[in-house]
Design a protein around this ligand. Structure first.
Ligand code: SF4
Length: 431
């Protein structure tokens, strides 16, 4: 199924030594996932059980919603809660009762833990069970942690989806579940490609509403669209489903390889595969080539942040002509990241975890043309003359599958073009 694809490098990075470091980390908290998840799940509400800091983070990250009633909120833990003076469970019950009475459209309620709720050891799983009994079958109450104590910002989505897996209906049917929250327009493109290939039935987790028939069982196979879904991956395997390991659908090559893994599982012929993918592949290649002019020959350094780093490094090196200096990821799972590591040409330092000061030293020594990092590091590095790309933008922007491949390359090209314009042609000539 993949014979018309660029061959893998003679030596990939799957068996390369990994630099593992643990120290101070610069990452965003898992509550961030609510910003894209609440848009995706139209009948869900995310109730963060947290402090005013958590409420401010959500408000400023999401922007203030003036015209629509938002589908997230914060049950504020006051100082007396934190001091153990109040019965936080009784207060949470009251909050939920008021919310559900006011918002009959809510069918799924997620209680989202935070640093403060974890510090006072508020047992949200007990609360979710109690509230499910109270409000079933109209409302399903689940819980997960978005705490920033030990997580990266994309783990919020992973924890949310993993919390849904145990309550998915069981099936004996052979089906494909595609896992990962994508913007609706991108999800529709993907479903249309799979339908054209004749693959089905296909379900998506998270579904847009609770009524969607996502079911899982021993004949289910699943494909991930995001590389940060390791807990969801483990939860689906516990339910008997089988993972279709593949590179992630970023760029023309990643999308083709991802579709090829599914096509091969479902017995799609090479002819059908070529007929369905030929035109979008060509469009993607042309769009990437145009955007990649600014990237060709440039070096890139990834700080660990979104967990998208490995597939992005594969895309930038193999499709855009960049050279990866270091590819840092918060976590590396062989089953999930292995296929992308196979395609990533040997050379870059692969690192897992972070000791931020040591990593900054390596970055300054390498002086890459482009550094992909979190918001906290971007400004200081820009001040030192390094061009940066915010990792978080890659999660908020539609970047998956063929039609977005050119936009993905453009996201990385933009800071380099901006620098070229700011520096002017004279400085560039002198370099
Ligand atoms: S969960 Fe923790 S890191 Fe995130 S906003 Fe709340 S206090 Fe801050």
């Amino acid at each position: 199924m993949t014979d018309r694809m660029t061959p893998p490098p003679a030596l990939g990075c799957r068996s390369a030594p990994v630099l593992k470091q643990r120290g101070q980390r610069e990452v965003f908290c898992g509550l961030t996932g609510i910003i894209w998840l609440h848009r995706k799940m139209q009948d869900a509400f995310f109730l963060v059980v947290g402090s005013r800091t958590c409420a401010h983070l959500l408000q400023s990250a999401a922007g203030v919603m003036i015209f629509a009633e938002p589908r997230f909120g914060t049950a504020i833990l006051e100082e007396s809660d934190l001091a153990g003076l109040n019965d936080a469970h009784a207060e949470l019950d009251r909050e939920v009762e008021t919310l559900l009475a006011r918002r009959p459209d809510i069918r799924q309620l997620f209680l989202v833990g935070s640093c403060p709720s974890e510090v006072i050891k508020l047992d949200l799983s007990r609360a979710a069970e109690r509230l499910t009994q109270l409000y079933a079958p109209k409302v399903r109450v689940l819980e997960y942690s978005g705490s920033g104590i030990e997580t990266t910002f994309t783990q919020g989505e992973d924890a949310c989806l993993a919390s849904m897996v145990p309550v998915l209906p069981a099936t004996q049917e052979r089906n494909l579940v595609v896992v990962g929250a994508l913007p609706d327009v991108v999800e529709d493109q993907m479903l249309s490609l799979l339908a054209d290939l004749g693959v089905g039935p296909v379900q998506v987790l998270p579904a847009r509403t609770i009524d969607a028939d996502v079911a899982v069982g021993p004949n289910t196979v699943f494909a991930l669209t995001q590389p940060f879904l390791s807990d969801t991956h483990a939860a689906l395997i516990r339910r008997g489903a089988r993972h279709l390991a593949a590179p992630f659908p970023l760029g023309e090559e990643g999308t083709t390889a991802w579709l090829a893994a599914i096509a091969s599982e479902f017995g799609v012929t090479q002819d059908t595969f070529d007929t369905v993918t030929e035109a979008p592949r060509r469009r993607a290649r042309q769009a990437v080539a145009q955007a990649a002019e600014a990237l060709d020959g440039k070096s890139v350094f990834f700080f660990p942040d979104s967990q998208l780093e490995i597939p992005l490094a594969r895309f930038l090196t193999r499709e855009c002509g960049m050279r990866a200096v270091e590819v840092g990821s918060p976590y590396i799972h062989d089953e999930i990241h292995g296929p992308d590591l196979d395609l990533l040409p040997a050379g870059p330092q692969i690192s897992e975890g972070q000791d931020v000061d040591l990593q900054l030293d390596r970055c300054r020594a390498a002086r890459p043309d482009l550094t992909v990092c979190g918001l906290g590091l971007a400004n200081p590095l820009e001040a030192e003359g390094l061009s940066t790309k915010w990792a978080i933008e890659l999660v908020f922007t539609p970047v998956h599958f063929y039609e977005q491949a050119g936009d993905l390359a453009s996201l990385f090209a933009r800071p380099l073009r901006r620098k070229r314009i700011l520096n002017g042609p004279a400085l560039e000539a002198a370099q």
